[in-house]
Write a protein that binds this ligand. Structure first.
Ligand code: 5GP
Length: 187
């Protein structure tokens, strides 16, 4: 597998990775989003096979045992992982494959696919991150507290990534991401 075609997008929960990725996919058909498996329950409006493959804990464990996941991690009480088949499909189609994953998974990808381009999305401020997480209205208070705790750890690791992009104004953040993804001399 050519790892140079992998793009890892990481950033704290609520930072707006999903919106950024959707906008990028709309604008650039050569990008391909790897769909993860998770043991989290679907939120309202989430579609099987589009947002995630929703699986039971035992099925997830089977996939880990069988070596079907390129990386996986526990996040806020649920398991998430990238199936190899999701990567192979995108790469087979000659696309740039985007993994939208949390920090532990990003570290595993760095160890396995050293050429993967790794980008960290930062919030404009801690207060704004908290406001965005709450305004989604999709998670319980306990889930929000867990996600905020994790967000602190993730933000502290932003320097491990090749690029950091602040998601304040969506259009500005998109332009910056496009410049990172599509300039030939990336560094
Ligand atoms: P959410 O529950 O909000 O959809 O996702 C929670 C966190 O899990 C987010 O930071 C998201 O990027 C991350 N995530 C989603 N899919 C994967 C995956 O396949 N692997 C890993 N390591 N993290 C993932």
């Amino acid at each position: 597998m050519k790892s140079g075609k992998l793009i890892v997008l990481t950033g704290p929960s609520g930072v707006g990775k999903g919106t950024l990725v959707r906008s990028l996919l709309n604008r650039h058909p050569e990008l391909y989003l790897s769909v993860s498996v998770t043991t989290r329950k679907p939120r309202d409006g989430e579609i099987e096979g589009q947002h995630y493959y929703f699986v039971s804990r035992s099925r997830f464990e089977e996939m880990v045992e069988a070596g079907e996941l390129a990386e996986w991690a526990e996040f806020a009480g649920n398991f998430y992982g990238t199936p190899f088949f999701a990567l192979k499909q995108g790469i087979g189609e000659g696309k740039l494959v985007i993994l939208e994953i949390e920090l532990e998974g990003a570290r595993q990808i760095r160890n396995k696919f050293s050429e993967a381009l790794r980008i960290f999305i930062l919030p404009p401020s801690w207060e704004e991150l908290e406001r965005r997480l709450r305004s989604r209205g999709q998670d319980s208070e306990i889930a929000i507290a867990r996600r905020l705790l994790r967000a602190k750890e993730e933000i502290e690791a932003a320097g491990e990534f090749d690029f950091q992009v602040i998601n304040d104004d969506l259009e500005v953040a998109l332009k910056k991401l496009e410049s990172v993804l599509f300039v030939s001399d990336r560094k």
